[in-house]
Write a protein that binds this ligand. Structure first.
Ligand code: PLP
Length: 421
């Protein structure tokens, strides 16, 4: 959809909402369709090619409005991790009723998003961050997990879940799910949650499925989460959570008071999604995903993902000293910093890590003050770095060129003032 088509579609959508309001008095107050009717009415896959808005909106009117209902989508990746951890704990405690709550442990890594720690805070469960190293590109290895398990076993501690990541926030690191999965499988009672909040949507592209480790996810993961609201073209919020055995989740969270009981729920003919998360009410987020998938088509969605990766590759191809990549580019993310190479010998000897950090902090603050670009910062192995991420739908090659020109000019000013200082 180009901008003018979007304008027309927007007007049409408003018209339809107004027509709906006008028709309200003539409509039944509750839905008149049978549970499951929509699955029959809709094709099982997103269309290959994108469709025009009018057609999608017609289907919405005719097929969806009559059954106005739910989807399996969470608010955020943090909520998805939290409910997965609750389910994992419930399974573990049922299997080990004698183990004390204070001896339970959540495993994350030193690069895991704060969602692991936050879940620990909310649940009152200790969280242990396993150390990952630059040599492994910040991926968690099976051997590290195994060592931690042995240590905790000796201390009488009981890890019951490992939160692994595909595409960490800081550097896009990908934990080794094949190795972790083997360890988890041989251990028997540890839940594997895969947080692919940012990078998981890359699974849309067949050529990226090995990188995302789809086989290992399918073989080992107990739960898997990816956000459509990041790289997946859907506006906030839409975080998709898959659970291998949904009963583990609903057994942990099912509370059904009398006023929420229904004939279909009692018969098990509908899924009561309120038992999949904290909130009782639901926002029908699947509708946004549906509109996006239909209007882009699988083809358009894949094109968007591939374009982000290609533009990041292009950015990397422009980098030259003193710009230095700090980790391997990951999907559409590059982590870099300034490392001026050719200082006079007496100055070079004084260039400690600390002063390179000073340089990069100064560089980052200059770039941040600029209204044309948004770059974020991170610490990698204690080094101050900058993150360049492509992901917006309207980003083109010329924007990368502009970004590069801008970074170069700020770098020059920063380096000159750093050398002079
Ligand atoms: C962004 C991100 C999160 C947090 O996502 P929310 O949906 O805001 O909770 C978690 N993990 C990773 C790897 C992320 O990139």
């Amino acid at each position: 959809m180009d901008i003018e088509q979007f304008r027309k579609a927007g007007y049409q959508a408003i018209d339809r909402i107004c027509d709906y309001y006008y028709s309200l008095e003539k409509r039944p107050v509750s839905s008149q369709v049978q549970p499951g009717y929509l699955r029959e009415a809709l094709p099982p896959n997103a269309p290959e090619a994108g469709e025009v808005f009018e057609k999608i909106a017609d289907d919405y009117q005719q097929l969806i409005i009559p059954g106005i209902g739910g989807g399996v989508i969470q608010t955020t990746a943090s909520d998805a991790a939290l409910v997965s951890i609750v389910a994992a704990r419930s399974v573990f405690v049922k299997q080990h009723p004698h183990i004390k709550h204070e001896d339970l442990v959540i495993y994350t890594t030193t690069e895991t998003h704060s969602l692991g720690q936050k879940a620990g805070l909310i649940l009152g469960v200790r969280c242990r961050a396993l150390k990952v190293t630059v040599e492994d590109n910040f991926a968690l290895r099976g051997s590290t997990l195994l060592t931690a398990l042995e240590e905790d076993s000796k201390r009488g501690k009981h890890p019951f879940i490992i939160v692994a990541t595909v595409g960490t926030t800081s550097s896009g690191a990908i934990d080794r799910l094949d190795e972790i999965g083997q360890v988890v499988k041989s251990h028997g009672s540890i839940w594997l949650h895969v947080d692919a909040a940012w990078a998981g949507v890359a699974l849309a592209c067949p050529e990226l499925r090995d990188t995302v480790q789809l086989d290992s996810i399918n073989t080992y993961a107990d739960s898997f989460c990816t956000n459509f609201h990041k790289w997946g073209l859907v506006n906030f919020d839409a975080s998709a959570l898959w659970v291998r055995n949904r009963k583990n989740l609903t057994d942990a969270l099912d509370i059904t008071p009398e006023f929420l009981r229904s004939k279909h729920g009692d018969e098990g003919t509908v899924i009561d999604y309120r038992n999949w998360h904290l909130g009782l009410g639901r926002r029908f987020r699947s509708l946004k995903v549906w509109f996006v998938l239909r209007s882009y088509g699988q083809e358009g969605f894949r094109k968007h993902i591939r374009q982000g990766i290609a533009l990041n590759k292009y950015f990397v191809s422009l980098l030259r000293p003193p710009f230095t990549l700090i980790t391997e580019p990951s999907f559409a993310l590059s982590v870099f910093r300034l490392e001026p190479p050719s200082l006079p010998a007496e100055q070079a000897s004084q260039v400690s890590k600390k002063s390179l950090d000073d340089l990069n902090r100064d560089f980052y603050s200059r770039v941040s003050a600029c209204p044309d670009i948004l770059i974020t910062q991170t610490l990698i192995n204690g080094m101050f770095c900058l993150r360049f991420a492509v992901g917006a739908v309207r980003t083109e090659k010329r924007h990368i060129d502009q970004a590069w020109a801008l970074l170069q000019s700020h770098a020059e000013v920063s380096i000159n003032s750093w050398i002079g200082s």
